[in-house]
Design a protein around this ligand. Structure first.
Ligand SMILES: [Zn+2]
Length: 171
């Protein structure tokens, strides 16, 4: 059985991140965000007198939880059916359908990178306060790269080369 290595898997997946796939995924996320009231409870100003880095350190757990609640398995499966209407179900890297497929996250888009991109977009001056709901929504929008479905073997190999920055941020 064909078994690609870590970098090869990454390059196969990069090719699958076509502009069409990304645009479709972004559209579905926007539609869902518009109709969702899940983050209304975060409608409040945060960040007074703090640096962007300090805000992210403080909010990263909450942002991560919001993302997990938003990107439910059901939501992602619905999108995958839109993205691949004719595809047979198999690992996107090796084609195997022997084991249950796992959802792989883009390994270069760590939580801290996505959070900083989102924050810089709504708080470029690093001085004013920001609305936490706006931050959560922008953070989710940063995840427009669609997930990929991989078999366990390919997923483990793909994740084995996570950038140092994300390892540090997990410590
Ligand atoms: Zn595979």
């Amino acid at each position: 059985m064909y078994s690609p290595q870590s970098d090869e898997i990454a390059s196969i997946l990069e090719k699958k991140a076509t502009p069409e796939r990304i645009a479709l995924f972004a559209l579905e996320i926007s539609k869902r965000l518009e109709s969702s009231h899940a983050f209304d409870k975060y409608d409040m100003p945060i960040g007074f007198e703090r640096s962007n880095k300090a805000i992210i350190q403080c909010e990263r757990e909450s942002l991560h939880n919001s993302l997990k609640r938003f990107m439910t398995k059901m939501f992602l499966e619905r999108i995958m059916k839109i993205l691949y209407p004719d595809d047979k179900c198999g690992c996107e890297a090796c084609g195997s359908s022997d084991t249950e497929l796992q959802r792989a996250h883009h390994r270069d888009l760590t939580l801290d990178i996505a959070a900083m991109r989102a924050l810089l977009k709504i708080r470029p001056d690093e001085i004013s306060s920001v609305n936490k709901k706006a931050l959560v929504i922008e953070f989710i929008k940063q995840h427009i790269l669609p997930p990929w479905y991989l078999c366990e073997r390919c997923h483990t190999k793909y994740d084995s080369k996570i950038s140092n920055q994300s390892k540090l941020s997990k410590a």
